[in-house]
Design a protein around this ligand. Structure first.
Ligand SMILES: [Zn+2]
Length: 364
């Protein structure tokens, strides 16, 4: 089997058409969910929530969890207009940009511990908050599937900032190892949404978010530009650190839990041969595990790298059978409810330290 990277490598990264980052209006609400601008009565909110939950076919009696919209940055005025982030990384980026101005109350729509929100189901309380949010920032590329439906309860003039608009993407990785009988999603041909885990691309995402925030708060445009430049300087420093890693530790092959670190691996010069999960949050079959074990041995895979929400037991079994180390790489998709502003930068540096320990100097 070839050790080559998947289609869409560094030079051939598939670039999506570059729509603007701003989506001034959401898809037309379904008749049953069409509503006017807030404020709404609690009764109508309750109906909206029930309709939404029913549409997701949640089990009856699903508990309303703790507040989904998490902590705000300390310099944010809680009375400021809300800006809801649909996933943790773009929440971190928006907090960074907002810092020092506080024109928005930047909130997280998922839970800090959610991780990749591939399967996130918003609870009624989350939806109620969304009815009062006129600015939403999303990672995009299908990472926040829940948002397609949830956005219907937002005010009609809600603006959605698509942080990945125009960001060069790779195709999804689930086709790397195909097992008959397992879900083999057509997602194999769609863009991989985990663009946030590359400082090079995080720079572009933050620029999209800064533009979107400026359009909502034009008087703050210079502030967002200044904060963006600081962030991009940090990203450039990280890019240099990744480039040095690539020079020193190149030639390693790995298996990952799902496509969470494809872009990071590309920056680091690691080759991902397969994913443990046939699709995000789908458990592998025994046949897949057996094939993975063969692949790891035959291809001399150096490590199994998991996201924090992956099935550690399965991975450890694979590691034991093949004698390969298993490690958890933090994709910054979860973390504290009130993280430091530079949490993303810290997480990437910790990942880099971990990987440098895992891989000796050049394998080839
Ligand atoms: Zn993911």
């Amino acid at each position: 089997m070839s050790a080559s990277f998947r289609a869409g490598g560094p030079a051939g990264g598939e670039t999506r058409p570059a729509p603007g980052p701003l989506s001034p209006s959401r898809p037309a609400p379904s008749p049953s969910l069409r509503v006017g601008a807030p404020p709404r009565s609690r009764a109508s909110l309750a109906i909206l929530s029930l309709l939404f939950v029913a549409s997701l076919a949640l089990p009856p009696g699903s508990a309303v969890g703790p507040a989904g919209l998490a902590a705000q940055v300390d310099d944010t005025d809680p009375q400021a207009p809300r800006l809801a982030a649909a996933s943790y990384p773009v929440w971190l980026f928006a907090r960074w940009l907002n810092h020092g101005r506080g024109a928005f109350a930047v909130e997280l729509m998922t839970r800090p511990e959610t991780g990749c929100p591939h399967e996130f189901n918003p609870q009624p309380r989350d939806l109620e908050r969304l009815t009062q949010t006129r600015t939403v920032v999303k990672n995009g590329l299908g990472l926040e599937i829940f948002l397609d439906r949830a956005i219907r309860v937002a005010p009609v003039d809600v603006v959605v900032i698509d942080a990945s608009a125009g960001v060069p993407t790779m195709i999804n990785s689930y086709g790397r190892l195909s097992i008959p009988g397992e879900p083999s999603p057509a997602a194999g041909l769609e863009p991989n949404p985990h663009v946030f885990l590359s400082p090079r691309l995080a720079s572009l995402m933050a620029a999209n978010i800064a533009r979107g925030m400026s359009s909502r708060d034009p008087e703050g445009a210079m502030h967002y530009q200044a904060r963006l430049e600081l962030f991009q300087a940090d990203m450039q420093a990280l890019e240099s650190e990744l480039a040095s890693f690539k020079r020193i530790h190149r030639g390693f092959k790995v298996v990952t839990s799902h496509g969470f670190m494809d872009y990071l691996a590309q920056d680091l010069g690691l080759t991902i041969l397969a994913d443990l999960e046939p699709a995000p949050e789908v458990a592998p079959s025994p046949a897949r595990l057996a094939k993975l074990a063969t692949l790891v041995r035959d291809e001399r895979v150096s490590a199994v790298l998991l996201d924090p929400h992956a099935d550690m037991k399965l991975a450890e079994t694979l590691g034991r059978e093949t004698g390969v180390p298993v490690a958890v790489v933090d994709p910054a998709t979860s973390g504290p409810a009130d993280p430091p502003l530079d949490y993303y930068q810290t997480v990437l540096r910790e990942d880099l330290l971990l990987l440098a320990k895992l891989f000796p100097v050049n394998a080839t």
